[in-house]
Design a binder for this molecule. Structure first.
Ligand SMILES: [Zn+2]
Length: 243
């Protein structure tokens, strides 16, 4: 039985009549599949750091680095050597002419804390005051520092470009949550055009085959080796901790 059918039966058994709305469907699916980075199971996941250094993404000509998130120390352009190797392999799986465009790799803990506070303030101003609810909603888009995949050099925010360097239509911008465009951020956002769905699938396929996992509320965020990855894949421990 498919997951939607299973959920449909759940609604039926709960005594609901008629067809559940699209909103209810997506909410139910989300609650079943989404583990938040603020989930206690993520921080409880052990780390056995393998000690790999950070490597410059610019040393891999097959991958394009976008400067829009450039930081003073150039952290954005680095990931763990093993992550870079996997990105190289993933890029070889793409159709001719299509390339990976990396927006951001490593992020310092101080920068992560600044972003968490920024998004928290934004949501507080929008009227969310309950501390637990606030943390849950902030964590949908910005990781708490202690478990942040970017701080481990394990995560990349990335998209695809064509031979002219133009980004493929993904049905929403990278980091769309910063501009109030949350609707299109989830990987499986309802209402995406067929072209955007195809392009997201293309990105996902090459990355999944190299072992990366997606954070479902951000179609552009993929990681390998961090705590979230370990929890989702069932690995005994993360291989990359904060660096
Ligand atoms: Zn990210």
């Amino acid at each position: 039985m498919t997951l939607p059918r299973a959920i449909g039966r759940l609604f039926h058994q709960a005594g609901m009549t008629g067809r559940p709305s699209e909103h209810l469907w997506s909410e139910a699916l989300g609650s079943l599949s989404m583990i938040s980075l603020s989930d206690p199971r993520v921080i409880d996941t052990p780390v056995a750091d393998c000690g790999e250094p950070l490597a410059d993404i610019a040393t891999a000509p097959a991958i394009t680095l976008d400067p829009r998130e450039r930081d003073e120390h150039g952290a954005y352009g680095r990931v763990r050597t093993g992550v870079l190797e996997r990105l190289r392999s993933a890029s070889k799986r793409l159709p001719a002419g299509i390339k990976l465009l990396v927006i951001e790799g490593h992020r310092s803990p101080a920068e992560q804390a600044r972003r968490f506070a920024l998004h928290e303030n934004r949501l507080r101003r929008s009227g969310i005051s309950d501390p637990a609810e606030l943390r849950r909603q902030v964590s949908a888009f910005v990781s708490p520092v202690e478990v942040a995949p970017h701080c481990a050099g394990a995560a990349v925010d990335l998209t695809l470009i064509d031979p002219d360097g133009v980004e493929l239509d993904m049905g929403g911008a990278v980091n769309g949550h910063r501009t109030g465009d949350e609707r299109w951020c989830p990987f499986d956002a309802p209402g995406l055009s067929p072209a955007a769905q195809d392009n997201r699938r293309l990105l996902a396929q090459c990355l999944r085959e190299e072992g990366f996992v997606n954070y479902p509320s951000e179609w552009w965020h993929w990681s390998y080796g961090d705590r979230y990855w370990a929890l989702v894949t069932g690995a005994p421990a993360a291989v990359y901790g904060p660096i």
